[in-house]
Design a binder for this molecule. Structure first.
Ligand SMILES: Cc1cc2nc3c(=O)[nH]c(=O)nc-3n(C[C@H](O)[C@H](O)[C@H](O)COP(=O)(O)OP(=O)(O)OC[C@H]3O[C@@H](n4cnc5c(N)ncnc54)[C@H](O)[C@@H]3O)c2cc1C
Length: 290
């Protein structure tokens, strides 16, 4: 099937893009990599009368350090995020997530902003953003606002974006000295969205857990950060029993919905397994760095 007819706009500046969105409101949609929007248009699940193409706004592809945070522009492609030396050094979890997205062709075109705005419950970028406490800068004509990732992602495929608003960038806290991270996911076939994905960061002090962040994607309409689980396991030595106990607690903390092809019990089991694998990898990295 082919999309319904639309007008195509190719703004040369962010201001021009925001003017177009303000003028056409809910009849317009930005298009970035097109990897989600074009299939939706072809299936007539989306029929915007106006497409506002962001691809000439090269300033939105920038990746840079801003004080103690790493700022990634909305137009940064998944491959650029995965391979950026700045991301790998200062926010390795983000690079680890980005390199597992879809297939090569999708990583070449798909963008950070497009993925966050699309808000798939199992998307890598949404999970990493929630796990790390990313802040998104949104803009509409004449106004900007900063929103926490957890407040931006409202439900499956639903965000806090107004129709005339776009994502400019996301900023992530830089990894603390000694902090390690791991991303683990399970999908049915290579390149598919995860059934469940897990993101973790860990820092040790004197062989004991000083900080732990755990995020789970695919087990609820939006990614969850399991702070209550993580806080119960600080100050302990991260041996095999610790890993198994955290993984069991994570399994108990998620409440996925039953799906005809993916029972809730299966997602819970995957959560336990993937948390255990992610933490084992974090511990391995911490020991190697010690
Ligand atoms: C076969 C296949 C497999 C895939 N596998 C995965 C996977 O494993 N994991 C994963 O996370 N993703 C996967 N994807 C999706 C892919 O990551 C997309 O690139 C991403 O979801 C959307 O990014 P995009 O730049 O292509 O956005 P587009 O398709 O251009 O747009 C998507 C939505 O975001 C909006 N939008 C785009 N940019 C902005 C902006 N700056 N501000 C506001 N709104 C904006 C659009 O209006 C649209 O509503 C897959 C896609 C395909 C086709």
């Amino acid at each position: 099937m082919k999309p319904a007819a639309f007008s195509y706009h190719r703004p040369a500046s962010v201001d021009e893009a925001l003017d177009l969105l303000a003028r056409h409101g809910a009849d317009a949609k930005p298009i970035a990599g097109g990897q989600s929007l074009v299939p939706m248009m072809n299936l007539r699940l989306a029929s915007p009368a106006h497409l506002v193409d962001l691809n000439d706004l090269s300033e939105l592809g920038r990746i840079r350090l801003q004080g103690d945070r790493l700022e990634v522009g909305a137009l940064a492609r998944h491959r650029a995020v995965a391979e950026s030396p700045l991301v790998r050094e200062h926010c390795p979890l983000l690079a680890q997530g980005a390199r597992t997205i879809g297939h090569y062709a999708i990583r070449e075109r798909g963008t950070l902003g497009g993925s966050l705005a699309h808000a798939d419950p199992a998307a890598q970028h949404a999970l990493v953003a929630v796990t790390l406490g990313a802040q998104l800068t949104l803009a509409r004509r004449g106004a900007r606002r900063v929103v926490d990732a957890g407040d931006f992602l409202l439900s499956a495929m639903t965000t806090a974006l107004a129709p005339d608003e776009m994502v400019l960038s996301a900023s992530y806290p830089r990894a603390a000295a000694g902090e390690v991270s791991a991303f683990r996911m399970f999908n049915q076939r290579h390149g598919d969205f995860a059934i469940v994905a897990v993101a973790a960061t860990l820092a040790l002090e004197g062989g004991r857990v000083a900080s732990l962040r755990l995020g789970v994607g695919g087990a609820a309409p939006v990614p969850q950060r399991l702070d209550a689980v993580a806080s119960g396991f600080l100050g302990l030595a991260p041996g095999a029993a610790w890993i198994a106990a955290v993984a069991r607690a994570a399994r108990d903390a998620v409440a996925p919905e039953d799906h005809p092809r993916v029972p809730a019990a299966y997602r819970k089991e995957l959560t336990e397994t993937l948390v255990a694998r992610a933490l084992a990898r974090c511990v391995e990295k911490s020991e190697a760095a010690a």
